[in-house]
Design a binder for this molecule. Structure first.
Ligand code: IMP
Length: 190
């Protein structure tokens, strides 16, 4: 079975393909020849995931799914949340975003945070949602070199390493996206 994953993020593609195994072959946006910027206009992860998946389904008529992820930090009232990709402004790098988070949390004791992922799957025109969350804390400095996004500043409760210090396999045991993806896989392969 082939399924479009509405992303070109190689980290996400690898993480998710690993969990899907060889029964489902992922196609990226590049694979289907989509080079447009897909809009993300909403204020919730669910609506944004849905918008991305519908955009692809409506234009390409291919079964597909899209994810949207946000990092929610307690002491910042849930920021950066749905604005995680462009927290430091547009355009910005992962490094800019991490710097902004570390600066905003300087001297603050409550470092609690969580990652949330919502996946929207559109299969033969019908939409299904899958969610995953991992709780943890924001470190006081960047730690580790792997992964992407906020991985170097996030340490999940289950482990003493940051996401950026873990192998993809270790991150995939507990991450927000892995938890949502495992529900997707269970649904697709049932
Ligand atoms: P997206 O809209 O799902 O791509 O996620 C928004 C932003 O959240 C990304 O640009 C990354 O900065 C961050 N993000 C998403 N997933 C992860 C992850 O697994 N680890 C660290 N940061 C992530």
């Amino acid at each position: 079975m082939e399924l479009v994953f509405a992303t070109n993020n190689q980290h996400k593609l690898k993480e998710v393909q690993f969990l899907l195994g060889d029964k489902i072959k992922l196609l990226s946006l590049k694979d289907i020849g989509c080079s447009e910027e897909i809009p993300e206009d909403y204020e919730t992860l669910k609506e944004n995931a849905s918008q991305k998946a519908r955009y692809i389904y409506d234009r390409y008529k291919m079964n597909c799914f899209a994810d949207d992820t946000g990092l929610e930090i307690d002491a910042l009232n849930g920021e950066p949340g749905v604005y995680s990709a462009r927290y430091a402004g547009e355009p910005c790098t992962f490094d800019d975003n991490n710097k902004k988070v570390l600066e905003k949390l300087q001297g603050i004791k409550n470092r609690k945070a969580c990652f949330k992922t919502v996946i929207s799957l559109i299969l033969d025109g019908k939409e299904y949602f899958f969610e995953g969350q991992v709780d943890g804390e924001i470190l006081t400095e960047k730690t580790g070199k792997d992964g992407f996004g906020y991985d170097p500043v996030f340490k999940p409760v289950e482990c003493d390493l940051s996401f950026a210090e873990m192998s993809m396999e270790e991150k995939n045991k507990i991450s927000h996206r892995a938890r949502a993806t495992k529900k997707l896989v269970g649904f697709l392969l049932k």
